[in-house]
Ligand binder design. Structure first.
Ligand SMILES: *Cc1c(COP(=O)(O)O)cnc(C)c1O
Length: 431
């Protein structure tokens, strides 16, 4: 008997028969367990905002919202996604270093909870847009702190960055509240980095951010109606990494939160989580097209690759490390061989896994990359070689839902215009 990978009792062969490959499958139960695994232990004053950047699929967002997640967005389309997914505007915040006038206007017109501004000129533009509309714009300030977190995958603080306003600079801006009369300066946000896998680092960050927020509030005469402590909670992908323990994490965080809320009972506390909520719930399923050997190494050439899953090439590291992978249609077979798993792109970089321990691979096999629910297709060069987006399926309460259709050739071609080099039409001649 062969053992197949299943999602809530739905066999991978059945998923592939219905939706084809390559395919992303999301497990709704895993999403729920992930959310509640933290929510049920975390101090109730700390709200969890889902960072759509990690996986902007509207159904993933809607499902997380149904469990209680709010939304942190960074583009007009992410904002629209969150609102259409049913997240109320008062549970949405908008961040990002280069927001357009149109995006800022949409923030004010939809009445979201806060615009997190990342520079003084941005605050000035929001002030102007608010005045035009006769409203007061709720603005939180993103701070680029003097301190940096150690041991995170990508540290944000303590160096020159396009994100946020330098802590030193901000402490000098004591006239901010007066200078921008149509802005309601109501909070502070700090994001320290991503892929943090040490509970103590997150506790230390949070402690320092809350302390910084209090000092800023006093120095600038800001109301502290919200403090967003960022997040950056990681998941383990590679050998030698281990997952955060939600119990250990909340045992450290909750007293810090309790202490802060005792002093600021009216302040809304926010944590932004992307990868932590969605990574584990997703599997990228590829069909093997060909197998061969080259100079003694085995290659499984699949229909999926880095155009859907750039992260699998290696995150923040020059050394290639493999995501957890398996032959999904024969889970019970021991991994006795080493395989390079590659895709259809014409570049040696299209290598999803190097020397991956797998059982003997055959054409038609299904290779799965686990923990692939975050930073998948939307963080990959999906247009390279014009393959476009894969299908995405959400399994929820034992039923399968196609939540994104695979791109068809026409989808990829339709916005191009054919210029006929032999025609001499003058329609587009500038005057
Ligand atoms: C990317 C990002 C997040 C989400 O990061 P994860 O590591 O996926 O949790 C949250 N906040 C900000 C400001 C970000 O840039």
């Amino acid at each position: 008997m062969t053992v197949e990978f299943e999602v809530q009792g739905v066999r991978v062969s059945e998923l592939v028969r219905r939706y084809g490959t390559p395919l992303f499958v999301y497990d709704g139960t895993a999403l729920r367990d992930r959310f509640h695994g933290l929510r049920d232990l975390l101090h109730p004053a700390m709200e969890i905002f889902y960072s759509l950047k990690a996986n902007p699929n509207i159904s993933v967002c809607a499902l997380l919202h149904s469990f209680g997640a709010r939304a942190e967005v960074s583009s007009l389309v992410e904002l629209t996604t969150a609102l259409r997914a049913g997240v109320p505007p008062q549970q949405v915040i908008f961040l990002g270093p280069g927001k357009s006038r149109q995006e800022l206007a949409a923030c004010l017109d939809t009445g979201i909870y806060a615009v997190v501004c990342e520079s003084i000129p941005e605050v000035a533009l929001v002030d102007e847009l608010a005045r035009e509309r006769g409203v007061k714009a709720p603005v939180a300030l993103r701070v680029n702190p003097r301190f940096a977190v150690k041991r995170s995958g990508l540290a944000m603080g303590g160096r020159p960055r396009q994100f946020g306003i330098d802590e030193e600079e901000l402490f000098g801006q004591t006239d901010l509240v007066k200078r921008f009369p149509d802005v309601d300066l109501m909070g502070v946000q700090v994001y320290m980095g991503t892929r943090i896998l040490h509970e103590a680092v997150i506790v230390e960050n949070t402690t320092r951010i809350l302390d910084l927020a209090e000092r800023l509030s006093a120095a600038l005469n800001l109301e502290l109606r919200m403090v967003d402590v960022g997040g950056g909670l990681g998941v383990s992908y590679f050998d030698g990494e281990s997952d955060l323990d939600a119990q250990v994490l909340t045992d450290g965080l909750n007293p810090v939160i309790e202490d802060f809320t005792a002093r600021h009972p009216g302040t809304r506390l926010i944590m932004e989580l992307g990868r932590y909520l969605t990574a584990e719930a997703g599997t990228y399923v590829m069909g093997v097209r060909y197998t061969k050997t080259s100079m003694g190494e085995r290659f499984a050439i699949a229909d999926g690759g880095t155009h859907h899953h750039m992260a699998a090439v290696g995150i923040g590291s020059f050394v290639k490390r493999n995501f957890p992978m398996a032959v999904l249609n024969r889970l019970d077979e021991p991994a006795t061989e080493e395989w390079n798993v590659t895709g259809p792109l014409c570049t040696p970089g299209d290598t999803i896994g190097k020397k991956v321990p797998l059982p003997p691979v055959r054409p038609g096999d299904l290779i799965g990359v686990h923990r692939s629910g975050a930073y998948g297709p939307t963080a990959s060069p999906g247009l390279f070689l014009s393959h476009g987006y894969p299908a995405e399926v959400l399994v929820h309460e034992g039923r399968c839902h196609l939540v994104r259709e695979r791109d068809r050739p026409e989808d990829l071609l339709q916005r191009q215009r054919l210029h006929d080099p032999t025609a001499h039409d003058e329609a587009d001649v500038p005057h």
